[in-house]
Design a protein around this ligand. Structure first.
Ligand code: SF4
Length: 119
């Protein structure tokens, strides 16, 4: 009788529902940082004054590139459509890791001479 009562006890059901929500929130909350780390958005932003960035003409804004100075640049090319970008393909803002600049994140709207379009 006590066992049967406890299965239908509203306070027990409320506790279990709350615990389920808490576990789900913990799991979802834990996924975002892992995903962010995988994409590298928490890495320091690459500066165009960095020596390696200068060597490959990295800029955080592809709209400022002179096609006269960099004829290999095709208008519209930018990091988030580059095969080396680790973030979401085609995203319009934010930062993510780039295979060419380990330890740094690059601007989704950036560009450098290593650009290679995703296939
Ligand atoms: S290699 Fe691609 S993703 Fe990396 S900085 Fe250059 S253009 Fe951007």
């Amino acid at each position: 009788m006590t066992e049967a009562k406890s299965k239908t006890d509203p306070s027990r059901r409320a506790f279990l529902a709350g615990a389920t929500v808490a576990v789900a929130a913990t799991i979802v909350g834990g996924l975002k940082p892992r995903a962010a780390r995988a994409a590298g958005e928490n890495l320091p932003h690459l500066s165009d004054s960095d020596a390696m960035a200068k060597a490959l003409a990295y800029t955080p804004n592809h709209n400022t590139i002179s096609t006269a100075k960099y004829p290999m640049y095709k208008p519209g090319d930018h990091c988030s459509i580059c095969r080396f970008f680790k973030g979401t393909p085609g995203e319009k803002s934010g930062y993510a890791a780039c295979q060419i600049y380990p330890g740094y994140s690059v601007d989704a709207e950036g560009w450098c001479e290593s650009f290679s379009a995703r296939s």
